[in-house]
Unconditional design. Structure first.
Length: 329
């Protein structure tokens, strides 16, 4: 279901216990946040608590990915789900995805790492392909259905300190395929995948079991100071400078945060792809969603350099650097 900013404010109003004048102050603060983030719409599944919904979203993304790459399901030897949301504690969501795709025998498991989950799952898949020469293709998916974990119970502007992030969150699913040989239609040849963690900040953003999302957004934004020097350092290790990269696909907590990173590393913001205004913050799925947007908006040429990067609660960062191979697309 498509949900615009006005609907989110209506949901907050429905939970509000104060006067109209008091709510006007809260609503103004929410609108200010939406303006800073460039939040416009997000998509929220109204039946997110229905059994199987999460797996169904991942399956749909996986089928679309297989079709787009003209790849047979018979070639898939590994299925990893790298999302945050869960319908159950066990089994692994990847098992449900594999079964619903029709795989009778496969290696399937989950990776969880907040908003870097999809990239961590991609890194894990790359490692398994190196470890097991018999594995041909890894299917790496994610699905985020956040409805049960969002709270619209905001009574004061102070409440927004911990609940603002939830008002920008949307649902999405994504899938990527990894294999040793290039895809005929083009793909990214991975040059490196790097990680960074600062676990002392683990308590700044949480979704408790049977609870709702709380996030200290201001403090998390301050941790963005880690990103520019780390990105520059990791690229330097590959003999590259930030401006050598042609396309940046970053996690989309807000557009202003993404643009600030480009400003801090000294690259043209036009090298970035922006999807927050289109889908909101889609958590771990935002890398796949934004990468697809890149493929839809631009013509990638052999040799183009790409960076896929995300930061997450924890605090952690993952960055995959690669080069476009195959045909222009």
């Amino acid at each position: 279901m498509r949900v615009d900013n006005a609907e989110i404010i209506r949901r907050v109003r429905a939970c509000f216990k104060g006067t109209s004048d008091e709510f006007a102050v809260v609503a103004s603060a929410i609108e200010h946040v939406f303006g800073l983030c460039k939040t416009q719409v997000r998509y929220i599944e109204p039946d997110a608590e229905k059994a199987g919904v999460l797996g169904d979203y991942a399956v749909a993304a996986a089928k679309d990915c297989l079709d787009a790459n003209d790849l047979s399901l018979d070639e898939v030897d590994l299925v990893i789900c790298g999302g945050i949301a869960r319908q159950y504690f066990e089994p692994a969501t990847a098992m449900e995805v594999a079964a619903k795709l029709g795989l009778k025998r496969t290696h399937a498991f989950d990776v969880t790492a907040a908003c870097v989950g999809h990239l961590e799952a991609i890194q894990t898949a790359a490692g398994y392909l190196l470890l097991h020469p018999s594995y041909r293709t890894a299917l790496v998916c994610t699905a985020e259905l956040s409805g049960p974990y969002l709270s619209y119970d905001i009574q004061t502007v102070r409440d927004l300190q911990m609940k603002t992030a939830g008002l920008t969150v949307g649902n999405a699913a994504a899938c990527m395929l990894l294999r040793r040989t290039p895809f005929p239609g083009g793909g990214i040849r991975l040059m490196a995948i790097n990680t960074f963690t600062a676990p002392d900040h683990w308590n700044l953003c949480q979704v408790p079991i049977r609870g709702t999302l709380v996030s200290s957004s201001v403090e998390l934004m301050r941790l963005g100071k880690y990103i520019p020097p780390w990105v520059t350092e990791r690229l330097a290790a590959l003999g590259m400078k930030p401006n050598d990269v042609d396309h940046y696909v970053f996690h989309q907590p807000s557009e202003i945060m993404v643009r600030k990173i480009f400003d801090d590393i000294g690259v043209d913001p036009a090298k970035g792809v922006y999807t927050h205004a289109l889908y909101g913050n889609t958590a771990s799925a935002s890398i796949g969603v934004t990468y697809r947007r890149l493929l839809e908006e631009r013509t990638l040429r052999p040799g183009d350099k790409l960076v896929l990067g995300s930061a997450a609660a924890g605090y952690s960062m993952v960055m995959a650097t690669g080069e476009w191979t195959g045909t222009a697309g």
